[in-house]
Design a protein around this ligand. Structure first.
Ligand code: UDX
Length: 453
């Protein structure tokens, strides 16, 4: 007998900034009564744990070390497409022979071939966007020829539906210089060719945050805002929800971080992290180091694999002023009362996590969608300031010190804190019972359940 619940396979790209939102989305679907299986590569499957979501491997063709084993990004993506399609189909067939046949695939937007697999089985296919809907709309306009590449340096302002006027420095990094990241750009653009063919386009964002864009895209995409995927326990410390992180590709230093944060006064600590992909240069690391020291604040710095880029005189002087760790549970840190400011690269997850938890930001974008997110943080949502680069493309120590001061105690700090608190409340409302994202998720779950029942 068939299981009467719907069964969704959630397919993630094997990078931290993708596994996090997709796993959290999978957990939310499971909490609504669906059976959910997260499919990920052999290389990452062991790093993911969940009590409510099944986790199953598929193959990207590089089962030992994933992307690192591949000769190039292009080769990796080609292999993932061919071997991934085949092994995803095998996984679905396995379930279809059991009591829990699959009736929908929700796939990471970096893996657009999954829609063909869904169609092959005659089941629903839904894409999950891990960038903001605003950034995705820019790529979609390019794909549809409304914007040609590379966007010329002399272009003063781009006007696109539902978006504020955008200067070239605020566009996703790939668009001004496509040669820099052509494999990524090809991949990104490819997914927008199929967008309208999906049964749902889910986005890790919420309607109130990008309301103009949601209006502008109405009727063009089957866009459904379902975020933020941040677990409720971190959004509202009053709720005793699930605090298990679920996935970490690096070893966590959480206990050490939390013990140290416990010793710090409320809202006094500056948390600094550049996410899981961006690499900073030694010159930039040096400026960050001395900027932190000059600002005279206590700080928690995630160095990941850049530890050796910071000057040894800085590392030796940190004791008592700060803590440097290779990786941490970012949600635990952001939700800790001692944290008052986040110096962030503005990856979409980090931006949304800070905004939803109500932590003011110093936006320090590196590449990809980050310049656009940084602009929104400063100009649209007004929950932080953007650090400006000098002619050499570096944020100087003085600039960093000035930005940290502005956010912590400067003339704009009160307004920034009020806005941070306002957006936190709106984010909590969106995912709470009856909120915009919650209603959207319920409609999707209801449809899958009804058809199965
Ligand atoms: C990248 C892009 O930068 C991002 O814009 C895109 O949307 C997804 O791919 P990444 O560089 O990893 O992502 O940044 P981000 O999107 O911020 O994701 C990082 C994730 O790792 C966040 O969920 C964050 O909570 C987590 N993290 C980061 C940790 O748990 N610990 C850390 O020390 C740092």
């Amino acid at each position: 007998m068939n299981n009467q619940r719907g069964h969704v396979i959630v397919l993630t790209y094997p990078a931290q900034g993708h596994i996090n939102p997709l796993l959290q989305f999978a957990k939310r679907l499971a909490s609504k009564g669906l059976k959910v299986t997260l499919a990920t590569t052999h290389y990452t499957v062991k790093s993911i744990h969940s009590a409510t979501v099944g986790v199953e491997p598929i193959s990207d063709g590089f089962d030992e070390a994933g992307f690192k084993q591949a000769p190039s990004l292009e080769a990796y993506l080609d292999s993932f497409k061919s071997v991934g399609s085949k092994t995803l189909a095998e996984l679905i067939s396995k379930f279809n022979d059991s009591a829990s046949p699959v009736n929908c695939i929700v796939y990471d937007s970096l893996l657009p071939w999954a829609l063909h697999v869904a169609r092959q089985f005659g089941i629903y296919g839904a894409v999950f966007l891990t960038n903001s809907a605003s950034v995705c709309s820019m790529y979609w306009h390019i794909h549809h020829g409304h914007l040609t590449l590379p966007v010329k340096q002399e272009t003063e302002q781009l006007l696109l539906p539902g978006l504020p006027p955008l200067g070239i420095s605020n566009l996703p990094g790939f668009l001004g210089q496509p040669a820099v990241a052509s494999a990524y750009l090809t991949l990104i653009l490819e997914k927008f060719g199929l967008l309208e063919e999906n049964d749902w386009v889910f986005c890790n964002s919420f309607e109130e945050l990008e309301s103009e864009l949601v209006k502008a895209m109405k009727g063009l995409w089957p866009l459904v805002m379902t975020g933020p995927t941040v677990p409720s326990a971190y959004l509202d410390q009053q709720i005793n929800g699930d605090r298990t992180y679920g996935a970490s590709l690096w070893e966590l230093s959480s206990d050490q971080c939390l013990r140290w944060l416990e010793t710090q006064p409320p809202k006094s600590v500056v948390y600094v992290s550049f996410g899981s992909m961006a690499d900073i240069t030694s010159q930039q690391a040096e400026e960050i180091a001395w900027g932190l020291i000059a600002s005279n604040v206590h700080f928690l710095l995630v160095a990941r694999n850049s530890g050796d880029k910071f000057p040894s005189s800085f590392l030796n002087s940190v004791q008592g002023r700060g803590l440097i760790v290779p990786w941490c549970n970012q949600l635990e840190v952001l939700a800790h009362p001692a944290v008052g400011c986040f110096v962030t690269h503005c990856g979409w997850n980090s931006t949304l996590e800070a905004l939803s938890i109500g932590v003011p930001m110093v936006a320090f974008p590196q590449w990809s969608d980050q310049p656009t997110n940084a602009m929104f943080v400063e100009e649209l949502w007004r929950v932080g300031v953007k650090a400006k680069k000098n002619k050499e493309g570096i944020v100087s120590r003085d600039e960093l010190e000035m930005c940290i001061m502005e956010v912590m105690v400067g003339t704009k700090s009160e307004e920034i804190k009020e806005n941070a608190s306002k957006w936190r409340k709106l984010a909590i409302r969106a995912v709470s019972s009856g909120g915009s994202s919650d209603k959207n998720i319920n409609e999707f779950v209801g449809k899958l359940m009804k058809e199965r029942g």
